[in-house]
Design a protein around this ligand. Structure first.
Ligand code: NAP
Length: 329
């Protein structure tokens, strides 16, 4: 089996804790050939962890290495455009962590560059590959809860500077709108689009309760999909004292309550069937699809265009929340 020689650009939390475990499981498909981090200490540490591979301080030097066929980009969001663009121009296949870019302008430019190339441009939005959302989608498609008419998603996080993500400087001084709402909320939007289709309109309100973790951290979005399903997405990162992530889906024959990778299917008589989903968050599935796209030319769901549509929903909602206007998509 062909092994793809992969360079990893950015040796932080996502590279170490989310991507590396998945790549290790796919060691028949990927070989980490080099890593890059602008601070040498982290580059050396990560290089040691993944097998003493060569490391670079400047990503442009990694891109000059002709052995490397593909790059996995896990960088601060504001660098996504520049580094992905340069990687595409260097002829590397791209696996780019979400969100696609820090703003719609950069995202558009990136799509233009991606269209002019033969390389695979894969947007790493793991929720579309997560067994949990695949299972929810299949329950809805089998009509088990009937026609869906409404959805409510409450994401309540108790995030302080003790959290490893909140400790990253680029999140504290975010150079993109929305702070954690954009960084984290793009997953929820991607999952909602995956499950229920395209957004049609909405209203949003945002707040910054704890600016130390970056701005913003509190967001309430009331929306309607093109197919008439309505919903609310509450993303609160500065809730004190507890954590809860609960998705409710209401159909005319039953309901779903999803929390902690567990789906409760409730019928109209109140009978509950519980389905526990085992998932790694979708990382192995998405690396597998990236591999199939490179080696066999397989079509994949996580295109840069999908990534553009995810961030468009959120960026428009964040912008309109200032004026409290009706958002039209
Ligand atoms: P992180 O821990 O700060 O990692 C980013 C790394 O990039 C850091 O090691 C940083 O080094 C390095 N870096 C910064 N500028 C660089 C440059 N010019 N050249 C080379 N390296 C540079 O952040 P993270 O949490 O891993 O997030 C990275 C990306 O992954 C973001 O896009 C985020 O949205 C995404 N992410 C996705 C998920 C998911 O569930 N899919 C989860 C977490 C993160 P220093 O720290 O030394 O500055």
């Amino acid at each position: 089996m062909k092994k793809i020689k992969l360079g990893i650009i950015g040796c932080g939390i996502a590279a170490r804790e989310l991507h590396y475990p998945a790549i290790k499981k796919l060691s028949n498909k990927f070989e980490i050939a080099a890593v890059c981090n602008h601070t040498e200490k982290k580059a050396i540490e990560f290089s040691k962890l993944v097998g003493n591979v060569p490391y670079y301080i400047d990503y442009k030097d990694l891109l000059k290495n002709s052995d490397i066929e593909a790059v996995d980009i896990t960088l601060p969001i504001e660098l996504n455009y520049k580094v992905a663009r340069d990687s595409i121009n260097a002829g590397k296949h791209i696996f780019l962590e979400k969100p696609l870019a820090a703003n719609l302008n950069d995202a558009k430019k990136l799509i233009e560059v991606s269209k002019k190339t033969g390389v695979v441009c894969f947007l790493a939005e793991n929720y579309r590959y997560d067994e949990l959302y695949l299972k929810i989608k299949s329950i809805i498609e089998k009509n088990i809860i009937g026609k869906v008419y409404s959805v409510i998603w409450n994401v309540f996080n108790n995030l302080t500077l003790k959290d490893k993500y909140a400790q990253t400087k680029w999140r504290q001084k975010n150079k993109y709108p929305g702070g954690f709402i954009f960084d984290g909320g793009v997953h929820n939007v991607a999952a909602l689009r995956f499950l229920f289709g395209e957004f049609k309109s909405g209203y949003a309100i945002k707040k910054s309760v704890n600016p130390a973790i970056g701005s913003d951290d509190t967001f309430s979005f009331n929306f309607e999909f093109e197919n008439g399903i309505n919903g609310v997405l509450n993303i609160y990162f500065s809730v004190r004292g507890f954590y809860k992530n609960e998705l409710y889906v209401f159909g005319d024959k039953g309901s779903l309550i999803i929390s902690n990778n567990t789906i409760q299917i409730i019928n109209q008589d109140g009978k509950i069937k519980t389905v526990k989903v085992i998932t790694d968050g979708g990382f192995i599935n998405e690396f597998n699809d990236f591999y199939q796209a490179i080696v066999n030319g397989k079509k994949f769901i996580n295109t840069f265009e999908e990534g553009y549509n995810d961030i468009k929903v959120l960026l428009k909602a964040l912008k309109n929340s200032e004026k409290r206007n009706l958002i039209k998509y």
